[in-house]
Design a protein around this ligand. Structure first.
Ligand code: SIN
Ligand code: CO
Length: 373
């Protein structure tokens, strides 16, 4: 795996133990001579597409307004106080996706996406907090960040975006291109553009227990398989016939407790859930897909890559890709784990793939999940 650090002199281990989910960190020249892969015009072009999530936020005449994309007409570049936010840029640009490799000391299961913002002078999205960990990497121009650990996270009402009612910043930094600020979840912050400004936000998701619980129960509804049925050979005489007896409640509770503690179910659920692409993600399928034989020849010559939109994870005997789970043989599993970790398989490694795996890979190729080369 190609990983170059973004943490300056800190090791990933030091960063995780001292800062991750705990406190902010400013890293000057996290990426020295940073050459941003997506410039202003490329960002504007992305924002105009209907398969890309974007928002235009303006604060003209002291009034916050937000418009969801596709954004095909922008305010004048000479007008102050507006911001364009483009979500999931890593899904649409290989080099943007590659930038995320630098952050893979954090597991893929935690990664959300790369969001890029463009702002004119004094533009921003107001003082707020996020529920996610975020690395704010300055890409172009300057941004002044004010941040604070406040506990009061109450928001102003009736606004189209989340703005803190009482923002009390404790620190202030001006970031130049290549500088990066890490913020843990719930840390209050406001970034204001100092001239034309582009900021990259690398966000990490942390699902709420409610969201995970609902998704798990949905998964279980479709996958549950329980044998046997309720029985009570030891039934006593009912004196209050309408009452649900303690014994009945205990038997049912015991079954349900067993249901929710099947580790393998949780494993499969978690892998499928975390590898599920966002609802807005569509894969491009090859217009004239190669036959299995031609596909095999191509992958043995050039190797195989995960498409940048693919999410692939593994655990135990299971491999997960884009919301589906597989239980391959031990030797195929090794190959798939390598594909998931490196996001590619060199040509030389493909030879040992079984016929079954080749079939699956061919299907994934037809679905646009993997590409040769
Ligand atoms: C921005 O880039 O304008 C906002 C990013 C953030 O505050 O999370
Ligand atoms: Co934020």
């Amino acid at each position: 795996m190609k990983t170059s650090s973004v943490l300056g002199t800190l090791s990933p281990r030091e960063f995780l133990s001292t800062y991750w989910q705990k406190k902010p960190l400013l890293i000057r020249q996290a990426i020295p001579d940073f050459r941003p892969p997506v410039d202003r015009d490329a960002l504007f072009a992305l924002a105009a597409r209907d398969d890309v999530e974007s928002r235009l936020i303006t604060n003209f005449r002291q009034q916050w307004k937000m418009k969801h994309g596709p954004v095909d007409s922008l305010p004048s570049l000479s007008r102050k106080n507006w911001t364009l936010l483009v979500q999931g840029v890593n899904l649409h640009d290989d080099q943007a996706d590659e930038l995320l490799n630098r952050f893979r000391f954090i597991p893929d299961a935690r990664l959300d996406d790369l969001m890029i913002s463009y702002a004119t002078d004094t533009g921003g999205v107001g003082p707020h907090f996020d529920s996610y960990d975020v690395f704010l990497l300055q890409a172009h121009g300057q941004r002044r960040w004010r941040i604070g650990p406040q506990k009061d996270l109450s928001l102003l009402e009736d606004l189209p975006l989340k703005i803190l009612r009482n923002f009390t910043p404790a620190e202030e930094f001006v970031l130049n291109p290549g500088d990066m600020l890490y913020l843990p979840p719930q840390y209050a912050h406001e970034g204001v553009a100092a001239g034309e400004c582009i900021t990259y936000s690398i966000g990490f998701r942390a699902p709420s227990w409610q969201e995970l619980g609902e998704a798990f129960l949905h998964f279980m509804a479709e996958n549950v398989s329980l044998s046997g049925r309720y029985s009570d050979p030891d039934l006593g005489v009912a004196t209050r016939p309408a009452r649900i007896a303690d014994d009945m409640l205990a038997k049912v509770s015991e079954q349900f407790a067993r249901l929710a503690s099947q580790r393998e179910d949780i494993e499969i659920f978690l892998g499928e859930h975390l590898s599920e692409p966002k609802p807005s993600v569509w894969f491009d399928t090859p217009a004239r897909p190669a036959t299995l034989a031609r596909f095999e020849a191509a992958m043995e010559r050039r190797g195989l890559r995960l498409h940048r939109k693919s999410r692939m994870l593994y655990r135990g005997k299971f491999v997960f890709i884009n919301g589906e789970s597989f239980q391959p043989s031990a030797s195929d599993r090794k190959l798939l784990e390598a594909l998931a970790d490196q996001r590619r398989l060199p040509a030389g490694q493909i030879g040992s793939a079984s016929a079954d795996l080749r079939q699956s890979l061919h299907q994934w190729y037809r679905d646009g999940w993997v590409v040769t080369g």
